[in-house]
Design a protein around this ligand. Sequence first.
Ligand code: NDP
Length: 258
Amino acid sequence: MPERSTPRTLAGRTAVVTGASSGIGAATAEHLAGLGARVVVIARRVERLTDVVERVEKNGGTAVAIAADVTDATAVHAAADRVEAELGAADLLFNNAGIMLPAPVEEIRTGQWQQQIDLNITGLMNAIGAFTPQLVRAAQERGVADLINTSSIAAQNIFPTFAVYSATKAYVTHLSRHLRAELGAKNVRVAAVEPGIVATELQSHVTDTGALEWLAGSKQTMEWLSADDVAETVGFIASQPARVNLQQVTIMPTGQAS
Ligand code: NDP
């Protein structure tokens, strides 16, 4: 049996979490801090980020808040420069900010299409562009780094009226597959996490009546995941020995078949 070469803790690591002001991102930032990582929390709502930092510090952890819109490449690069200057190269990026705005395609809601593409694809790429050099350097120096992208079960399955959202998440999963081919050899593990329904603020942005009814119905018939469930999954991925990459992890409510 090979020995487990890496301690199962994130002490000494620097984790950047986007979309960290609520839901999965906030829970994951707190969980990673609990595992010993210094965390950098990025989103637009400063007061919510401050709450996350306070909760992390109250539990003995270290957190830094950076207010930034990830669709703004300049702002994300400035955030990356600040991380490097204050904490050294980040060795974990949880690339998680996202929005879900379902609607029948025939309603031609081009504004909502663009919003999802701008955040779920361009925002994701902005963070990858800004932090990949740090991840590669950190992996060279410390043996391993993690790029963990939040995808969705929507990347795999068919959900009528969720076409644009699902396509952005298929992008995330397929991109992750490809980045593994480039970055794996450099000890940067690339993973895609694909959750089913998680109780967060994500559903509060939905305006489409049909989708709202479907969501309300599903809440009656099954217990949704909590953000903490996904946070623990991300912590588990990042805590593996350097040789182990959980490339693609689907986490579903037990009652959600697909
Ligand atoms: P939330 O709405 O609670 O979180 C979304 C986060 O993204 C918030 O912190 C928000 O902060 C941030 N965000 C939104 N726009 C921007 C922006 N322009 N720049 C920076 N940050 C931004 O939802 P979840 O926690 O559920 O969503 C997290 C991820 O999980 C998303 O990628 C989502 O698609 C994915 N997901 C969610 C599922 C679910 O059922 N909840 C299922 C599968 C995947 P702020 O507004 O302060 O900027």
